[in-house]
Design a protein around this ligand. Sequence first.
Ligand code: F6P
Length: 342
Amino acid sequence: MRVGVLTGGGDCPGLNAVIRGIVRKGVQEYGYDFVGFRDGWRGPLEGDTVPLDIPAVRGILPRGGTILGSSRTNPIKAENGIRRVKENLAKYEVDALIAIGGEDTLGVATALADQYGIKCVGVPKTIDNDLASTDYTFGFDTAVNIATEAIDRLHTTAESHMRVLVVEVMGRHAGWIALHSGLAGGANVILIPEQRFDVDQVCAWVESRFKIRYAPIVVIAEGAMPKDGDLVLKDGTLDSFGHVRLSGVGEWLAKEIERRTGKEARTTVLGHVQRGGTPSAFDRWLATRFGLHAIDAVRDQDWGKMVALRGTDIVRVPLAEATAHIKTVDPKLYAEAGVFFG
Ligand code: F6P
């Protein structure tokens, strides 16, 4: 059996740990051969490969990024994309493919498995933790730790200057990073894409914090949106999913807070710092287990499935189910955090 492996979409700490788990178990226990496809779906589309064997995965467990490279190429949108993928899989004598990715990459795997008969297994990956059917995705824990450390640091500088510090974290469609890091870091306001926010309410929370001589920290997900519809129409942009986003929402909010409260405000956009560098121990553990279970799914010829975490068990779920919708923050969970606002 020869197995192709690819990593697609935004990179994420733990990708190398998955690749290592797949290759180590595949070679040692099942005697499989591997071929790495470069840059996500671009690899099978253009026939761009890299050797993938035990020496190639040595020492990569704690390394961030992906030794295979990544891209957001979608072969379904490319001219003759499916035919080219099939031809390249035949050319490199690939019997099965393991796709490690988020909603886009696994959406392609779903279509290839369910509509075009390509033998695919999926592994969920995203720092945003917004993939359905799995309790957690690897990368999320690392991102939350990085954001929490940043919030801890911002508390002390905010208090020295009695300023509002707005921290913009990743999360286009779901506020998991904002909610978890905001709670862990003791933020005074947490704003997520799932619920439009009222700027007057945010300013009231900010002012109540100053009244007790503390400087407020506002954590905002990059996809969060104010309630004000006019503003959205004027400054909003459409992202790749066709969702309206206010670009630079953290900076925008800091300016509004200054204008409305007269308090000095600064913004920190954490950006790709949340995605880079070494994975946390939890993410290495989860990613390694996903890798081991993905190669088991190949051995069982259980095509069209994605490995997923349920409690402490790794299970298999249909790729189609996992990619049908994204997992957003439950309003009850968000409401729970409200006790700390203001
Ligand atoms: O999907 C993960 C993610 O990190 C999002 O939170 C973020 O909006 C996006 O990727 C950024 O993607 P890129 O690196 O392609 O700009």
